[in-house]
Design a protein around this ligand. Structure first.
Ligand code: GH3
Ligand code: MG
Ligand code: MG
Ligand code: MG
Length: 313
């Protein structure tokens, strides 16, 4: 019944893989060194339709936490040498900024351990063993709460895009990732062309409709891990992790083509619109977010003066 070392490694490889991600499904990061617990929890979570990222060590958990963006984190505090508690300390700021709930599970019954975990910001502390159904409901509750909070705090109502507050958090995380694992990302600014004219000619409601359709098209076209952010007015930012400037440019060009085809009918007139974009690839981790924006803005300006409806990298 004892599993040999060799087998453990094999099982680790088997288990520490991503489960199949369905678009829109919630992603749980599960950090658990007990292979049996991990397997059971994982299976039940997948039954719920959640995607599961599994890690068997705190170190691996941290790297997944930083490179992916789970919707919820479950940490077993009984990981070897207090590493679960240390991991909690390391991720609490980022998790807090992103409104990502963190749940601790532990066999420990001491009040002190529980208090420490709560102080570190966990939203729930589940004493094991606990009934599996109860665990799942407690996790689901935190997810619902997070969705609500995100909607209120981080999402722009008209376009469904993230707001500027989210941008500030996310761009820092991307730069940190660049520093730690040398993964570059791209940042693009998208700005609607002659948008003022649409408002002036057909009214603000017409303008709103264009903004909504534009956002719908962009959100449908980008990669699941990309972030679409309303920066202000009719100006948007795309943060594209693990994406070269070249690739970002191509993706945006295809969105430009699609959006141009979109026809709106205002006051019995068929109207179309376009947008311009500027792309910058971030590959210098000490770069300040403001500098990145400035560079992307310069590229955007190029697109504007060169006829609009274009992307410049
Ligand atoms: P350019 O091609 O140079 O970007 O020209 P533009 O007309 O798009 O740019 P300008 O900055 O002159 O105008 C932007 C307009 O966007 C002005 C503002 O009223 C409008 N706008 C900003 N936010 C909203 C919104 O939420 N709804 C509507 N309908 N209009 C908005
Ligand atoms: Mg403008
Ligand atoms: Mg504009
Ligand atoms: Mg503008």
């Amino acid at each position: 019944e004892l599993i040999g070392n060799h087998n453990v490694i094999e099982q680790e490889e088997l288990i520490e893989t991503e489960s199949e991600k369905k678009p829109g499904s919630e992603i749980v990061l599960l950090i658990e060194s007990d292979i049996e617990k991990l397997t059971v929890l994982r299976k039940e979570m997948e039954k719920k339709g959640w995607g599961v990222l599994a890690a068997m060590t705190a170190e691996k958990g941290l790297s997944i936490f930083l490179s992916k963006h789970p919707d919820l984190v479950v940490i077993d505090l009984d990981l070897p040498k207090n590493s679960g508690m240390e991991l909690l300390e390391r991720i609490k700021e980022t998790a807090g900024n992103r409104l990502t709930p963190v749940i601790a599970i532990s066999r420990a019954k001491e009040k002190e351990k529980r208090l420490k975990a709560y102080e570190a910001g966990v939203l729930d502390y589940i004493e094991m063993p606990t009934d599996l159904d109860e665990i799942l409901i407690r996790i689901k509750n935190k997810m619902n709460y997070r969705d609500l909070m995100r909607e209120v705090v981080l999402i722009d109502e008209l376009t469904g895009a993230f707001n500027r507050k989210f941008f500030n958090v996310e761009v820092k995380r991307q730069l940190q990732l660049l520093k730690e694992s040398n993964v570059s990302f791209s940042l693009a600014i998208l700005d609607l062309d002659h948008f003022k004219k649409i408002n002036d000619t057909y009214g603000h409601t017409a303008g709103d409709e264009v903004l909504k359709e534009f956002s719908f098209i962009v959100r449908n076209r980008i990669h699941q891990d990309d972030f679409f952010i309303r920066f202000g007015g009719e100006e948007f930012v795309l943060l594209m992790p693990e994406c070269s400037g070249e690739k970002a440019r191509n993706i945006i060009q295809s969105i430009i083509n699609e959006f141009k085809q979109q026809e709106f009918v205002f006051e019995d007139q068929t109207v179309s619109c376009s947008f311009s974009a500027g792309v910058v690839e971030a590959n210098y981790s000490e770069e300040r977010p403001g500098e990145l924006l400035k560079k992307a803005d310069l590229a955007l300006y190029s697109s504007k003066i060169n006829g609009r409806g274009k992307v410049t990298y």
